[in-house]
Design a protein around this ligand. Structure first.
Ligand code: ZN
Length: 417
C-alpha cells in the first residue's frame, strides 16, 4: 500500500507542468458555447481577453501569461467576449512548408510501410500516436523518432475526449505522455484531439477538451487541410484522395491516418504521389515542431523516470498483454479442437477394429480354419469362389470338406472358445 501511495501520485502528475501550480479549472460555463474563433494556423488555444491601454490582450487563462495582441479583424471578432479561441502557429520565416501528419498509429503493418516511403524520399512527418498502440509497438515509435519524425499525443484510447469527464482526459494525456517518455526519451507537450473537425463549430463544441489539456500544459495541434483519407478508404467518397491546391504557396499542415482502418495502404499510395507533387510546387517537407515555434518549445529530451516505465507497464498490462493472452488462448483452443478431432477419429477407428473382432458363438459342429468358421455341408459347394472372403487356408479347408451349403457370405470368426 505504501508503494502504491507513493507511485500512483507520481504517475498521475503531468510532467508537462513540472510541478508548476496552475489556476482553477475552466469550462464552457466560463467561456460560453460560442467563443469567437480568431487567427489562422494549425495550433489552437483559448485566450482570456483583457483590455490594456486600449488594446485587446490575449492571456493564458490559467497562468495569466501574455500570449497575443488581438488587433484588426481579430479584435473586431473578439468584440466584447471575455474568451476567444485562437488559431496560431507557423514561424515568421516558414514559407511553402508542408507538414504531413498521421493519426491513430502506430499500425504494425501500415506504419513501417509508410516509414519506408518517407525514408526513401527523405521527407520528415509528424505522427500523433494512440498511447495503447505505442505501448503495443514501441519499436515502431522508436523508429519514427530515430528517423527524424516528430511524435505527438493522440490520447491513450482514442475517445471523444471533450465529452468525457475531467479525470479521464487527465489520464488519457498524461499516461500517453509518460509512455512516450519511456519509449523515446522525449518530453512531448503537444497533442491532437480525436475526432476534431478543425472548423470553428467543432472547436467551439469541444472547448472543454481544449481547456483541460491546455491547463495541463499540452498544446492542441490541429490541421489546415483534411485529406479525408479514411472516407475514401471506406468508399464513403469515391475516386482518388484529392491532392491539395498548392498554387497559393501557403504553409500547409495535412491530416492523414496510418492506422485505424481496414486499408490504410491507400494513404501510403497517396503519400507516394503527394511528395513529388509538392516538391514540383516548390514545397519543403517539415515536421510540425520544425515550423511551429510553440511546439518546438514543447518537445525536448528527458531521462525517463520510474513513473514513466511504471505507466508503460500498466498500459501494457491493461491493453497489450490481455490481447496477446487472448491470441494465445485462441491458438490453444484451435489446437485443442484439432487434437481432439484426431483423437476421436483414432478412437473410432480402434473401436471399429475391435468390433470386427467380435466373436460370435459357433456351434461345435462347425469347422474352423485359422480365421474363419463355417458350417459343414453334406455336398460340395457349387463354386469355391463363393468363399473368396476367407483366407487361402480357409478356402483350402473348405474345398477339402463336404458341405451342405457354402460358408456364410460374411464368414464368422473363430470363437474364442
Ligand atoms: Zn484519431
Amino acid at each position: 500500500m505504501t508503494s502504491l501511495a507513493y507511485v500512483v501520485p507520481k504517475m498521475w502528475s503531468a510532467p508537462t507542468l513540472d510541478g508548476q501550480v496552475v489556476g482553477r479549472a475552466l469550462s464552457v460555463q466560463d467561456t460560453g458555447s460560442h467563443a469567437p474563433v480568431v487567427g489562422v494556423g494549425p495550433l489552437v488555444r483559448v485566450l482570456q481577453v483583457r483590455e490594456v491601454g486600449g488594446q485587446k490582450i490575449g492571456v493564458d487563462p490559467f497562468s495569466g501569461g501574455r500570449l497575443a495582441i488581438l488587433s484588426g479583424a481579430d479584435a473586431a471578432t473578439a468584440a466584447s467576449s471575455q474568451y476567444v479561441i485562437q488559431r496560431f502557429g507557423y514561424s515568421a520565416t516558414a514559407t511553402k512548408t508542408l507538414s504531413m501528419t498521421f493519426d491513430d498509429g502506430p499500425d504494425p503493418k501500415i506504419t513501417p510501410e509508410l516509414l519506408n516511403v518517407l525514408s526513401a524520399n527523405k521527407t520528415p512527418a509528424t505522427f500523433f500516436v494512440v498511447g495503447k498502440n505505442a505501448a503495443a509497438h514501441p519499436e515502431i515509435v522508436a523508429r519514427e523518432v530515430r528517423e527524424g519524425h516528430a511524435v505527438g499525443i493522440h490520447t491513450l484510447t482514442h475517445p471523444d475526449i471533450a465529452s468525457e469527464p475531467t479525470w479521464r482526459e487527465h489520464v488519457e494525456l498524461v499516461a500517453t505522455g509518460r509512455v512516450l517518455r519511456a519509449i523515446t526519451g522525449q518530453q512531448v507537450g503537444f497533442w491532437r484531439m480525436p475526432y476534431e473537425g478543425g472548423d470553428d463549430w467543432s472547436l467551439q463544441t469541444s472547448i472543454d477538451g481544449v481547456l483541460r489539456a491546455q491547463r495541463l500544459g499540452y498544446t492542441f495541434s490541429s490541421h489546415d487541410f483534411d485529406t479525408d483519407d479514411w472516407r475514401y478508404e471506406g468508399n464513403t467518397l469515391k475516386g482518388d484522395i484529392p491532392l491539395p491546391n498548392l498554387d497559393s504557396g501557403a504553409n500547409i499542415t495535412m491530416l492523414m491516418h496510418d492506422a485505424g482502418g481496414p486499408n490504410r495502404m491507400r494513404t501510403v499510395e497517396y503519400v507516394k504521389k503527394l511528395i513529388p507533387y509538392a516538391r514540383a510546387h516548390g514545397y519543403t517537407f517539415q515536421t510540425m515542431p520544425q515550423v511551429q515555434p510553440a511546439l518546438a518549445a514543447n518537445i525536448h529530451p528527458v531521462t525517463p523516470t520510474a513513473a514513466d516505465y511504471e505507466t508503460l507497464y500498466v498500459v501494457k498490462a491493461l491493453f497489450v498483454w490481455p490481447n496477446k493472452l487472448l491470441s494465445a488462448l485462441f491458438v490453444f483452443a484451435m489446437l485443442a479442437v484439432v487434437l481432439v478431432g484426431f483423437g476421436n477419429t483414432g478412437l473410432a477407428w480402434m473401436r471399429y477394429r475391435r468390433r470386427r473382432r467380435i466373436v460370435y458363438p459357433v456351434p461345435r459342429t462347425w469347422v474352423c480354419g485359422r480365421r474363419w468358421c463355417w458350417r459343414p455341408s453334406t455336398r460340395s459347394p457349387s463354386s469355391p469362389a463363393r468363399c473368396d472372403r476367407s483366407s487361402a487356408r480357409t478356402t483350402r479347408s473348405w474345398k477339402s470338406s463336404s458341405w451342405t451349403t457354402a460358408p456364410p457370405t460374411a464368414p464368422q470368426r473363430r470363437s474364442a472358445r
